[in-house]
Write a protein that binds this ligand. Structure first.
Ligand code: AMP
Ligand code: MG
Length: 349
């Protein structure tokens, strides 16, 4: 419990939401704990046509949304014993699913793994187990890292209809870098379909927004300072879509003065040492935002910007380097889409 509370505090610092609403909220809020994080839903009390949603209706919408997140967790979590992902990891050759969720998420995850050359990979389970970052380590031996690395090739995973197949029996899937962003995107879609005119969903470092706020303003998303919990280095304005953040400050342990964090480079099996401290990715596709926040962190600034050039119109990103520099992808206009807060960081132009 204590660990959970500490984690909640850390996650709350990743992204702060500013709804920009007046004293009498035109929205209702619902929070719960799932997917190992605090989840907050904030939605308008009105439909896009201006009709009021009464408390009964609001409660039903929130209950449905919470059920959806719990269902997603039951399928996508690798630590819940009976989840499809856990069954996949225990199987030798794959599983047949009764629910289409894992095939859908895995298909998208494999597409992104392919596009990023494995910088994001849904097959990192053996390495993330070995590093045991949330459990405090210890640093594994090079032999063990080599052995785990031999079983992290995402090409050994495939989707065939409702079946997920694996050609390496020792491979373990880990969807931790994509599940929350995918869920954020799905939640926005469902909440919008339920009638709410606008809303914000927050799932531990993934914030999704939908609909137009009554004041017409964009949603203001605070980007955390990797070095100072609760401090904001700047604000990103978005109208719709999901912002996902990955940072070396989210989960880590220290050994002999060295920080070992939770984003692992599939090239060498070590916590990525790419010169970045944090990446925030905006996309209309929640799964893409989340997976790319992890992938760009692994790639480092130069490769991340080359990846951006090769995939026009699909995402924007804010990269924070270990030299306190902030790099914006060219689609983000400084002072318009992103505003720096304070003088500790400088934007590279
Ligand atoms: P995120 O916070 O979205 O960057 O996701 C990090 C989580 O995804 C870690 O806690 C691991 O469970 C898993 N992970 C670590 N490295 C990778 C990687 N290179 N690709 C995909 N998932 C990863
Ligand atoms: Mg991610």
């Amino acid at each position: 419990m204590k660990r959970n509370l500490i984690r909640l505090a850390a996650l709350a610092a990743i992204l702060l939401l500013f709804g920009g609403c007046g004293r009498q909220p035109q929205y209702a809020e619902h929070s719960f704990f799932a997917m190992d994080t605090l989840i907050t839903l904030r939605i308008s009390r009105r439909t896009a046509d201006g009709d009021e949603l009464d408390d009964v209706r609001m409660n039903a919408i929130f209950a449905q949304a919470e059920q959806f997140v719990q269902a997603a967790e039951r399928v996508l979590s690798r630590t819940l014993a009976d989840s499809d992902t856990a069954r996949l990891n225990e199987s030798d050759a794959g599983i047949s699913c009764t629910d289409g969720m894992l095939p859908a998420v895995m298909t998208r995850a494999l597409e992104i793994a392919d596009a990023t050359g494995g910088a994001f990979s849904p097959a990192m389970g053996r390495l993330t187990d070995l590093w045991n970052i949330s459990g405090g380590g210890p640093v594994p031996s090079p032999e063990k890292i080599r052995e785990a690395l031999a079983h992290t090739d995402f090409r050994a995973l495939s989707v065939d209809g409702m079946c997920i197949l694996k050609s390496d029996p020792s491979l373990c899937a880990d969807l931790g870098a994509v599940a929350k962003g995918w869920t954020a995107g799905q939640l926005c879609k469902k909440l919008s379909e339920s009638g709410a005119a606008w809303g914000i969903v927050s799932l531990g470092g993934n914030v999704g927004v939908f609909g137009d706020k009554p004041d017409g303003n964009a949603y203001k998303i605070g980007i955390s300072d990797p070095d100072a919990s609760g401090e904001i280095i700047g604000y990103l304005l978005i109208k719709r879509g999901t912002v996902a953040v990955s940072g070396d400050y989210e989960r880590f342990f220290e050994e002999n003065g060295v920080r070992y964090h939770h984003i692992i480079d599939s090239a060498d099996g070590m916590p990525a040492d790419s010169g970045l401290r944090s990446t925030a990715v905006f996309s209309e596709d929640g799964a893409l935002a989340d997976a790319l926040s992890t992938a760009l962190f692994v790639m480092g600034a130069e490769r991340a910007l080359a990846y951006y050039d090769a995939h026009p119109g699909t995402f924007e990103a804010i990269l924070i380097t270990d030299e306190s520099e902030v790099i914006l992808t060219p689609g983000l206009v400084l002072g318009d889409d992103f505003t720096l807060n304070g003088e500790k960081y400088r934007v590279q132009t």
